[in-house]
Design a protein around this ligand. Sequence first.
Ligand code: GLN
Length: 304
Amino acid sequence: MIDLQSIINKIYNDLTSQKNKGIVASYIPELSKQDSNSFGIHLRHINGDTFSVGDWQTSFSIQSISKVLTLSKAISLVDNNIWKRLDVEPSGNPFNHLSLLEQENGIPRNPLINSGAIVVADILLSHLKNPKADFLNYVRVLADDDSITYDEKVAASEKKTGFKNYAIANLLKSFGNLKNNVEDVLDFYFHQCALKMSCEQLVKTFYMLTNKGKCINNIQHITASQAKRINAIMLTCGFYDEAGEFAFEVGLPGKSGVGGGIVALLPNQFVISIWSPGLNTKGNSLLGMQALEQFTTKTNLSIF
Ligand code: GLN
């Protein structure tokens, strides 16, 4: 039996003493207030065991990790129709890249880059009665936790400086791949990114993706086949132009956010979440990437 608690303790201790902790995102001004010394790890095994160290109960801005949750909600509503407006290929480009979208006539490469997530947000706006409240409720049910909220300050901060996202949404609109108003879609998108959650809450929310579509309370939210597909998209597209590197170093489906969070999972075994706000040059948590590389190397727990 592997001693998972000792392994994560060792990774935590080794990495907290490392000098280079990456750079906290500042293009969303509110995120620059984060402390680059924050660091937490939480893991939940499918047998119910949990392992934690550091700031695993502190909530942070989940940012692009939310793209997986809007995707799962949209798939549960429209199933395969979603793929009429989106592709499933890695982009090899940064998350907010623009020119590929124009070359490919307004069809985003995948749902985990900004353009794709903005189309998914548009789909939710068309299908949910009260999009922001209904989506928040969906996340609360998945996590079995009603205390989860949007951080209005972060949403407002991104609204002020999200020029690239406005450009992306306008480009999508010009190609007819956005049905609702640019303002309304982006208001929803900035809120989903501003969800505030801890490593523990994220692990519970993503549990359905390791458990064939059944959440922590055993409710079937998506089919096993839909969970399989979402995991495949996380593996190939979850880390933008570092997706290959993440598969190579870590070997798990996962998703990062510029708040410094990463969630990764091994189907039918466990979900792990790490938070360390300092980012590498590709916008992924520097210590988070290193911690997961060490974790799968030390435990040999990866899909490969
Ligand atoms: N809200 C951020 C943005 O659109 C999310 C980016 C990210 O986490 N990679 O720029």
